[in-house]
Design a protein around this ligand. Structure first.
Ligand SMILES: Cc1ncc(COP(=O)(O)O)c(C=O)c1O
Length: 306
């Protein structure tokens, strides 16, 4: 499923099967890496990447938070490398995964003793939560696992070692028969899902948790703009678990999932149990936006060719 022609490794395009790492790569043992999840969409003007520069800036911010002082490539070079990797693989639509990882030392648990290596892979990946999800919404649970305390792991960074927290929650959720897990922060307030941010709608008010404990999703930011265009002011405030239960609509958003309604949480139907009007409006606007069919598209899409 993830096979492609080539992977970009430290400045060179390498055939897919030759993009290998040594077993003693420290990043593999300690999770010392920073990554991004980016999407390239088919548009009328050819394949284009949604908010590419901002994703790369967040990647570099994640590396900075991790403690790397210098990276071997600049933001501009990494933006170009992503375009080049998509070109080399000939995809019209794909997921783009850049990764900065600790290599060549660092066994004493410092980033300074090793070197940051960089790779970029692309693959065709269309539906993250399944084809039915966008239409009918999904069922979620409140995870028994707590989102990271912001002084334990750095929640603004997409660091590899942050993600076992998501893996614990998502594995539990799927084994329980749900499709996604909602995680509470260390104070018990709603934080985010395993790979998405969350919004609720109640009597026309739209709420989303503040930035403190969450990854500041670029989809979340895009949805904030789209909802403002549609005349909704979104309040960023602490949200409790029972506020979700009694909401008219709850939806989640992320690069992989796009915008998806939650029709049930912890066996409680949310609102009508169908994707509600605010969720649908955000979903349709986002769908148009990433495919080059929205007034905001030009500013946020980077063409792969030309
Ligand atoms: C924990 C977490 N929250 C939220 C998001 C959504 O972020 P974005 O919209 O930038 O993909 C992601 C996905 O990257 C994530 O891993």
């Amino acid at each position: 499923m993830m096979e492609s022609k080539a992977i970009w490794m430290n400045g060179e395009l390498v055939p897919f099967r030759e993009a290998k790492l040594h077993f003693l790569t420290p990043a593999l043992h300690y999770g010392v890496s920073a990554f991004e999840g980016i999407r390239c969409y088919r548009t009328v003007r050819g394949p284009a990447v949604f908010r590419l520069r901002e994703h790369i800036e967040r990647l570099v911010d994640s590396a900075h938070i991790m403690g790397w002082r210098e990276l071997p490539f600049s933001v501009d070079e990494l933006v170009e490398a992503c375009r080049k990797t998509v070109q080399a693989n000939g995809f019209e639509e794909c997921y783009i995964r850049p990764l900065i990882y600790l290599a060549e030392g660092g066994w004493n648990l410092t980033v300074d003793a090793g070197k940051p290596h960089v790779g970029i892979a692309v693959w065709e990946w269309k539906q993250y939560l399944g084809a039915e999800a966008a239409e009918h919404g999904v069922r979620a649970n409140i995870s028994t696992f707590t989102r990271h305390h912001p002084n334990v792991m750095m929640t603004k960074a997409k660091i590899g070692g942050n993600y076992p927290n998501s893996v614990l929650a998502k594995t539990e959720s799927l084994r329980l028969g749900f499709e996604e897990a909602i995680m509470l922060d260390s104070q018990g307030h709603v934080a985010e899902c395993t790979g998405e941010n969350i919004f609720l709608v109640k009597r026309g008010r739209v709420l989303t948790p503040p930035d403190v404990h969450i990854l500041q999703g670029l989809t979340r930011d895009s949805v904030l703009h789209l909802l403002a265009d549609l005349g909704h002011h979104v309040e960023q405030q602490a949200i409790s678990r029972d506020q979700l239960y009694t909401a008219d609509e709850v939806f989640v958003c992320g690069t992989a999932a796009e915008v998806i309604g939650l029709r049930e949480i912890d066996f409680r139907t949310i609102g009508s149990g169908r994707t509600g009007p605010v969720t649908r409006a955000a979903q349709q606007a986002y769908h148009a936006l990433v495919r080059g069919e929205h007034p905001r598209s030009d500013g946020w899409l980077t063409p792969i060719y030309g």
